[in-house]
Design a protein around this ligand. Structure first.
Ligand SMILES: [Zn+2]
Length: 276
């Protein structure tokens, strides 16, 4: 599932390709998890000019010049393809937009967990129900050791689960939560409220570094994540613990272990991340 670095990479590509473009027609198959029918989509989009493509959490916001917009989520397997319009529908194409310059922007999704929503109001003021309860953006100043410490005081939840809860901090999924905890030397099962201010600072800093490095590498391709042009992310080679159970820890050589937490796998080094 794409996390913040992958969505950021795709967001930048879409912004480069779509900014200033006018949508002439749009259609949807109605097969996405949250979808809008073709008639409404066409009525909403036709004639609108895209002023920017931005991101909030793992949602892509297509902002129109009238400040309304589209809220897109890639789900597990969503991806975009932009080509000259050949009037052909691709195998997993769930929605498409025709652009005034003759290109066709396709929203494809194999498993259909993606979503496509209309936002009639000002999309960047975050009043849409989908956007209103989201937590802190991890790369902003608002997310730091103090805010993490404050927000986690009453939480018995294991810290890795806490990090992945979008109501606390957004965009950190399983891959980057595991990597950040390794870098901060924190065991994934530690209850969030047991972390002192100092360890919250270390963890918040680790989250930011891991995400920034992953963005610089174009994200992490595990199975089917691709940028708009089809290229893969290169952060997979930099992963230190994720998916490496049984392998030696890159820091101390101890064997990396795997633990199931609420159905998600935690990977950690028992020596670098001791349970306190
Ligand atoms: Zn180690």
């Amino acid at each position: 599932m794409p996390e913040l670095p992958e969505v950021t990479t795709i967001c930048r590509s879409l912004d480069r390709q779509l900014r200033g473009q006018v949508i002439t027609a749009a259609a949807s198959s109605g097969r996405l998890r949250v979808d809008v029918d073709s008639v409404h989509l066409q009525r909403f989009c036709a004639g609108k000019c895209i002023s920017a493509v931005t991101r909030r959490a793992k949602y892509l916001l297509v902002v129109f010049t009238d400040h309304s917009g589209l809220i897109l989520h890639l789900g597990m397997t969503g991806y975009f393809v932009i080509t000259p319009d050949d009037q052909q529908t691709l195998p997993y194409e769930r929605a498409h937009f025709l652009l005034a310059d003759g290109r066709r922007w396709r929203f494809c999704d194999i498993r259909c967990f993606g979503s496509l929503q209309l936002c009639h109001e000002d999309i960047q003021s975050c009043t849409h129900p989908t956007l209103v309860n989201l937590g802190l953006e991890p790369l902003t100043k608002a997310f730091n050791g103090s805010s993490m410490h404050r927000l986690s005081r009453n939480s018995r939840t294991p810290v890795k689960t806490w990090l992945m809860d979008q109501r606390n901090v957004v965009g950190v999924g399983n891959i980057y939560a595991n990597e950040a905890l390794f870098r901060a030397g924190i065991h994934p099962a530690t209850p969030a409220r047991r972390l002192g201010l100092q360890r919250c600072r270390q963890l918040a800093a680790a989250v930011k570094t891991v995400l920034q490095e992953a963005i610089a590498a174009g994200g992490t391709t595990i199975s089917d994540y691709r940028d708009v042009d089809g290229s893969e992310g290169h952060f997979s080679t930099a992963l230190e613990v994720y998916g490496r159970a049984g392998e030696p820890c890159p820091r101390c050589g101890a064997t990396i272990e795997r633990l199931l937490q609420g159905g998600r796998a935690a990977f950690f080094c028992p020596r670098c991340q001791p349970r306190r």
